[in-house]
Design a protein around this ligand. Structure first.
Ligand SMILES: Nc1ncnc2c1ncn2[C@@H]1O[C@H](COP(=O)(O)OP(=O)(O)OP(=O)(O)O)[C@@H](O)[C@H]1O
Ligand SMILES: [Mg+2]
Length: 508
């Protein structure tokens, strides 16, 4: 008897779900992309219990006919591709024809849709991948997909989901990404108790940035004016031939001023033809652009939009469609780096960087104002040495405390732009060297080391839609600390590997 058998479709769909649907935010991503591909102008996303109980995406796109509404749940059924050649130049966000059957395989799904040209709509219901019913229904033009009880049939998977607030944070971040890439569309993200994002259509990207992040964030950014460059195999080469010359790469967006420092890459958003991507090459280009401007392990906030002909980029790399491969990667890398550098050169240095970057770095900065231009001949910034009388702190992985207290009944953070307080606890090891006799340091020195648990409390700003925060008091990525009321110094939170902060909502 043959050992090999073809898996039933339900099993194949569950396997695909492992790759495509990792958490509630992945469902939101697929449904949002479908709505955008359907030409929706307004997209509403309703979330209950961090998306575990309910995710509903309502769009006013072109909707589906009765037949299409059923076909959409067949595997590899798509309206976005016809032939294998189409794969070489994909212009839509979706193309695999997998998302809906995959989501339906691990949830209870209700699709309500009406094609604008039809008088009547269709309601289709699935549970655990099985079709429960199809009914005609009076519906507005467009599509509403409700996904309830995600992973209810896959308890092992459900266990891996994080707290509702964490899952909601992922969803809010995702919607923020898509709202940035589509400023001309309205996005509304809400839970039963609050509206987290509501941004009406805006004409300019700057307006959308303002809607999502507020005035302060906009002031911290410099615009990367749209720069179009004909494709070449490398930036140093001439355009290849007249045919190739027609293909242009357009780079635009915003990037943070040199004095803005982030301890992680969470503020970097990269879009290729309006698709949110995660790309090491572009991250490297951004890093290169800030070389000699930012110290090690400090990152900028960057919104980068790359527009290029669809055949210059392969999006069929990973099932989640978040990775891409560029046909002429070296050129894309170099052009991106140069566009950001150019934008940075137009930004003036701001004196407060000296405080934010710590004393030693600050002194270097003031001595070398031309560092702002990213001049490569200047020495890179080195961290402050173990100075006399100045304790050096080693922060170990931080432990969240108070996470969840003060959080609303729906488990959501208060994401309004009011200051919020967060606190965390970490074992802090202080090391110091100081003269035994302060008056005469030549007599020798004392080397001390102490380890203790400290609780830190900071007031930060959570922006309208981002659950991450921007430390205020000691400069970005910095933490002020005091030791035995004698010494104080600045810790670089950016170097605290695994540092995480739990948000605690304060009374308004
Ligand atoms: N919101 C929507 N409005 C109109 N049509 C839709 C909508 N969502 C899905 N469809 C139709 O259903 C089809 C199947 O959707 P599905 O998301 O499963 O696949 P896809 O978008 O083609 O590819 P991918 O798996 O990469 O997302 C789509 O090709 C589209 O024709
Ligand atoms: Mg899709």
């Amino acid at each position: 008897m043959s050992r090999i058998r073809i898996l039933p479709e339900a099993v194949a769909n569950k396997i695909a779900a492992g790759e495509v649907v990792e958490r509630p935010a992945s469902v939101v991503k697929e449904l949002l992309e479908n709505a955008l591909d359907a030409g929706a102008k307004t997209i509403r996303i309703e979330i209950e219990s961090g998306g575990k109980r309910m995710i509903r995406v309502i769009d006013d796109g072109h909707g589906m006919t009765h037949d299409d509404a059923l076909l959409a749940f067949e595997r590899h059924a798509t309206s976005k591709l016809k032939t294998a050649d189409d794969l070489l130049s994909i212009s839509t966000l979706g193309f695999r024809g997998e998302a809906l059957p995959t989501i339906a395989a691990v949830s209870r799904l209700l699709l309500e849709t009406r094609d604008a040209a039809e008088a009547e709509g269709t309601r289709v219901e699935f549970a655990n991948g099985k079709l429960l019913g199809v009914k005609p229904a009076g519906l507005p033009a467009g599509t509403t997909i409700s996904v309830a009880d995600l992973f209810y049939s896959v308890p092992a998977r459900r266990q891996f989901l994080k707290a509702d607030t964490t899952e909601l944070g992922h969803i809010a971040s995702l919607v923020t990404h898509y709202a940035l890439a589509n400023p001309d569309k309205q996005f509304v993200l809400s839970t039963p108790t609050q509206t987290i994002i509501d941004c009406p259509p805006s004409e300019k990207l700057a307006d959308r940035v303002y809607q999502l992040f507020g005035r302060q964030a906009l002031d911290e950014l410099v615009e990367i004016p749209p720069i179009a460059a004909p494709f070449r195999s490398a930036i140093t080469e001439q355009a290849l031939d007249p045919e190739e010359e027609k293909a242009t790469l357009t780079i635009s967006g915003f990037t943070s001023r040199p004095e803005v420092q982030r301890p992680n890459r969470n503020g970097i958003y990269i879009f290729v033809n309006k698709r949110l991507v995660r790309d090491r090459l572009i991250l490297h280009a951004i890093h290169e652009a800030y070389r000699n401007i930012h110290p090690h392990a400090i990152f900028p906030a960057t919104l980068l939009f790359l527009e290029m002909p669809y055949d210059e980029v392969d999006v069929n790399v990973h099932p989640a469609k978040i990775e891409v491969r560029f046909r002429r990667s070296q050129f894309v890398h170099d052009a991106t780096r140069d566009a950001i550098r150019q934008a940075l050169m137009s930004a003036r240095p701001i004196a407060s960087f000296a405080v934010a970057a710590g004393t030693a770095v600050g002194e270097q900065t003031q001595a070398n104002p031309s560092r702002w231009t990213g001049h490569s001949s200047l020495a890179p910034v080195t961290p402050a040495p173990l100075g006399v009388g100045v304790p050096r702190a080693v922060i170990l992985a931080m432990e969240e405390i108070d996470l969840g207290s003060g959080v609303g009944s729906d488990g959501a953070f208060d994401l309004s732009s009011r200051p919020v307080q967060f606190s965390f606890r970490t074992r802090l090891i202080l090391e110091w060297r100081r003269p035994i006799h302060p008056a005469s340091s030549s007599r020798g020195s004392e080397l001390g080391r102490e380890s203790r648990w400290r609780k830190w409390r900071r007031t930060c700003f959570a922006s309208a839609s981002r659950p991450d925060c921007r430390p205020q008091a000691a400069g970005p990525g910095q933490l002020q600390f005091y030791y035995r009321r004698k010494w104080s110094g600045t810790l670089d939170c950016g170097s605290a590997r695994g540092a995480r902060a739990g948000f605690v909502r304060t009374a308004p």
